[in-house]
Design a protein around this ligand. Structure first.
Ligand code: ADP
Ligand code: MG
Length: 362
């Protein structure tokens, strides 16, 4: 059977809590069956509200949500077939791990035999087969979150919602859990709607990412497209690190434009979101696309002064004053140890105009 590309569908969904301010604005989002989609955005941008509406704990003010083609407004949460893992959606503390997982199955009236089988399968999926008789308090934070993941999956839901499920874990554990959840998704193919404000988490885990700001989806694309081709300066700033220059378009052709910076100097850039001369632009350049001692043929070459040098283990971060931008960041791999990376030194920097994305200032 063909994959359903509209397995979950937000259709013109608005949400207001107070009847005045919309915290979700005209959301149109199709989620494919089996997809891992992440809602990424700053705090307060409306991500949790979207999950709550999909789960059935909040109602859209306007619009409708569809699950497998059917409107779900009138279906109560427990009948939607949706599993959930939230940062603060704790395990039942007075129940063993086994009982925690059995609970959603008992509610759904599975037989004792089926419950045993499903609990065993779900526990082995998160590598906790021997932990069924433990109490949650006897588990580490990471183990508790794995039980929470298993509990969300144990009844074979059509969709699993995860809202910042790794937020309380320390960095190393968070990263290993990201891979673990990603692998579980790959092996069982359930549709996952994931929420995070952590861009590297979103890039690591997702098939597609919807970037939220101020209740609106700014961009919906694959992680690599989001990183390489941000559609506006909000997305460019939010995803990954970014050097920016402000100026005005003074010349433009199909694949190249000239931007006169406020400092008076001109740079060449890739006209992504500018169309004509005279427009204001913010030019965005990833730190790793700026090169020291550029070849002669590179179309942007400038001199900058080193303002700060910070050792980062695998690379050194160098902050430059370049073309009037005192926050210009450069990442130098530590394999290429250089003697001239010192505070106060002047170095030559270059980049290809293709990598410098001229965006609109909004
Ligand atoms: P996010 O998950 O992206 O941080 P939320 O969906 O939680 O964002 O919140 C979006 C906006 O809605 C915020 O301004 C928040 O204060 C407001 N909000 C969230 N939940 C409620 C609620 N239950 N009642 C009133 N306002 C709320
Ligand atoms: Mg939230």
């Amino acid at each position: 059977m063909a994959k359903n590309n509209e397995f979950v569908k937000f259709d013109k969904v608005d949400k207001s809590y107070d009847g005045k301010v919309l915290v979700v604005k005209d959301l149109n989002l199709d989620i494919a069956e089996g997809e891992f989609i992440t809602m990424l955005g700053p705090s307060g941008s409306g991500k949790t509200t979207c999950l709550m509406m999909l789960a059935g704990f909040e109602t859209p003010t306007n619009g409708e949500i569809y699950l497998d083609g059917n409107p779900i407004s009138n279906i109560p949460p427990h009948k939607r077939g949706i599993g959930m893992v939230f940062q603060n959606y704790a395990l039942f503390p007075h129940m063993t791990v086994y009982e925690n997982l059995a609970f959603p199955l008992k509610v759904r009236k599975f037989s004792k035999d089926e419950i045993d089988k499903k609990v065993e399968k779900a526990l082995s999926m998160v590598s906790l087969s021997d932990f069924g008789s433990r109490m949650p308090a006897q588990l580490s934070g990471g183990q508790q979150q794995r039980v929470a993941v298993a509990r969300a999956l144990v009844f074979d839901p059509a969709v699993v919602l995860m809202d910042e499920p790794l937020g309380a874990l320390d960095k190393n554990l968070r990263e290993s859990m990201q891979y673990e959840i990603k692998h579980i998704h790959e092996s069982i193919g359930v549709t996952v709607v994931y929420v995070t404000h952590d861009q590297s988490e979103a890039l690591t885990m997702s098939n597609r990412i919807a970037v939220f700001n101020d209740g609106k989806v700014q961009q919906l694309s694959s992680p690599d497209k989001l990183y390489e081709e941000p559609v506006n300066s909000f997305v460019a700033e939010f995803i990954g690190e970014n050097n920016t220059f402000q100026g005005e378009v003074t010349d433009i052709s199909k694949d190249r434009c000239k931007i006169k910076l406020d400092s008076g100097k001109e740079i060449l850039a890739n006209p992504i979101r500018v169309k004509s001369k005279g427009e204001k632009s913010i030019v965005s350049l990833r730190p790793e696309r700026a090169i020291i001692d550029p070849e002669e043929k590179m179309d942007n070459k400038f001199q900058g002064k080193i303002e700060e040098v910070i050792y980062h283990g695998d690379h050194t971060r160098v902050r430059l004053n370049l073309l009037g931008n005192k926050e210009f960041i450069l990442k130098v791999p530590n394999s290429s140890a250089r003697m001239d990376i010192k505070l106060g030194n002047e170095i030559k920097i270059g980049w290809n105009s293709f990598d410098a994305r001229a965006l609109d200032p909004k």
